[in-house]
Design a protein around this ligand. Structure first.
Ligand SMILES: C[S@@+](CC[C@H](N)C(=O)[O-])C[C@H]1O[C@@H](n2cnc3c(N)ncnc32)[C@H](O)[C@@H]1O
Length: 291
């Protein structure tokens, strides 16, 4: 979902990205078919609970088509600002908010996670679901930005695909290329949050096939290769992929779906939800004095 070059030249794309080899992200965007992140609405609902989102001022970084921003507005009454690098995504998010009757609670803005267009200490809560934190080339910069624009005592919550077991360097690079972004280990995510100055880093496991099965709204998937129906594959994905990436691209994406599924099934890849709190100036002083 990230064909758009961030303004400062940093991209989600892995360094070895090749145009004739579309990633799963590229195809999900190209299809226009609505897919959710692993864990689906259950995971987003959980975020609302663990950050106490009710009526809060929230920023979602990498909001995509605004599915979850609208959900947070409706379910928790959050006043939510969604930011995405893609003007296309922002347009669809605004249209969705209008359709769902949450225009008064939502605002969508094109912006780059590497340089968020908001003053420091502006939001009670900052969220990134399966977005630029998990797949960015330099996620530390994204996390720093998220913590910066959050008010002291506020929460950051994020999740995305991550490495839970080690594999060889070449296999890792190949998988990241096929998925569409660089991925990190759980311990690396936690370190990045701490480096950004957040405290009380907390995690919850959302890995496993049952979470993958929630990626299509209202449809239970039992196998990752069945995320799209046969009809969708033949009538939508096949012609669009062929037109944009040619036969080579189509064969590549088919191979990718068969290579990536086992990594989620055998626990090499998974998802953790992380939450951390931004300390107050006084707390930072106490931490400094202690050290
Ligand atoms: C996998 S989608 C996730 C969308 C949504 N949060 C969800 O969970 O379904 C990742 C989103 O991050 C956006 N994105 C990629 N790079 C970005 C950047 N540097 N700044 C802001 N958004 C970015 C993409 O355009 C895309 O909409």
């Amino acid at each position: 979902m990230n064909n758009h070059k961030p303004q400062n030249g940093l991209s989600l794309k892995p360094k070895n990205y090749e145009k004739s080899k579309p990633s799963m992200e590229d195809v999900a965007e190209l299809s226009g078919i609505e897919t959710l992140h692993p864990g689906g609405f259950d995971l987003s609902k959980r975020i609302g609970e663990i950050v106490d989102m009710k009526n809060k001022k929230v920023l979602e970084v990498g909001c995509g088509r605004g599915i979850f921003a609208c959900y947070f507005a409706k379910f928790y009454g959050a006043k939510i600002t969604g930011v995405d690098i893609s003007p296309d995504m922002i347009e669809s998010s605004a249209a969705r908010a209008k359709n769902e009757g949450v225009q008064h609670l939502t605002e969508f803005k094109t912006g780059d996670a590497y340089s968020l267009p908001f003053p420091d200490n502006s939001f009670d809560i900052v969220v990134s679901e399966c977005g630029p934190v998990g797949l960015a080339r330099e996620p530390q910069k994204v996390i720093n930005e998220m913590v910066k624009v959050m008010k002291p005592t506020g929460y950051i919550a994020a999740h995305g695909p991550m490495w839970l077991k080690q594999i060889g360097v070449e296999a890792r690079k190949d998988t990241e290329k096929r998925i569409g972004g660089q991925m990190f280990a759980l311990s690396e995510w936690k370190d990045m949050l701490k480096k950004a100055g957040a405290v009380e880093v907390w995690e919850e496991d959302w890995s496993g096939v049952e979470q993958i099965s929630k990626v299509r709204p209202g449809k239970k998937i039992t196998n990752m290769n069945d995320v799209f129906t046969l009809w969708e594959k033949i009538m939508i994905i096949l012609p669009r992929t062929l037109r944009k990436y040619g036969l080579k691209g189509l064969l590549y994406i088919n191979e990718s779906s068969h290579k990536i599924s086992p990594l989620f099934y055998n626990g090499t890849l998974g998802t953790y939800l992380l939450r951390a709190r931004k300390p107050t100036k006084e707390e930072i002083q106490v931490i400094k004095d202690y050290h």
